[in-house]
Design a protein around this ligand. Sequence first.
Ligand code: NAD
Length: 287
Amino acid sequence: MAQIIDGTAVAEKVRAEVKDRVAALGARGVVPGLAVVLVGEHPPSVLYVRKKAEMAKALGMHSVVHHLSEDISEDEVIALVERLNADPRVHGVLVQLPLPGHIDGRTVIDRVSPLKDVDGLHPVNIGWLQAGRPALLACTPQGVMRLLREYEVPVLGRHAVVLGRSAIVGRPMSWMLLRSHATVTTCHRHTVDPAAHARTADILISAVGRPGLVTADWVKPGAVVIDVGINRTAEGKVVGDVDFAAVSEKAALITPVPRGVGPMTVAMLLSNTCLAAERALDRAVSP
Ligand code: NAD
């Protein structure tokens, strides 16, 4: 029977560390600031943004939400992003996705300063990640790496299989594992027989968004299984991509949904905001 990874407890630990870092920055005269840009009334986005802003405030950060109307133009959103890039009280700028259809998310993200890109989505941060240089890292895969570390999962030399290759989870997940010296296989919608790859994984990470995708016969006995998926069933229940009951009979370690990867995402966002503030201060004081 697998040990269950407690994402809520690890996220709490990360937040406690962030609180200490906020205090240390405060002692140097800096309050880390997070600005979130939200366009329109997409209900899950409104909820996520509220959660992010409340948590940032609770840890002593300066937190502002710019809630713009659905029909705002792309140029106006970019103008706001550029004001935030130039605002010294703001260390992290997050543009909540998805944006309405008439605004191109990539164009807007490209205008966020890479030094304030706390979502780790700017091409410069992606390039720095791939080049093995200090970067701001995408929050969800960074949260997965932290869970692996907390539970002392060996990564070096192990075979990690990532299901999914989105810009926000799957691809940065694969690069972070590679940077930690795993042997990485990335599967996606065109992969022939992803189950055959999954069965060879020491670490199996699913970020697809399909309930019940990963059944017990996809999993090698003793594997570590990380479920990034968040799916709502017809009955309104939140489930991951993994058949938790059957797979936990076979895996050594497994994340539940909810209370697995989910709570780590916001915790890592707050950590990234602190990191951006720490780096800004170091740049300001270095000769
Ligand atoms: P996405 O739709 O952008 O990407 C899904 C990926 O899965 C694609 O790359 C696709 O090629 C791949 N795929 C499709 N079928 C596949 C198959 N049979 N085998 C292997 N790969 C397959 O989704 P996303 O934004 O990456 O999100 C994925 C899931 O993770 C969703 O359920 C989402 O809600 C969840 N999510 C959770 C968090 C969190 O904080 N825990 C954060 C972001 C996303």
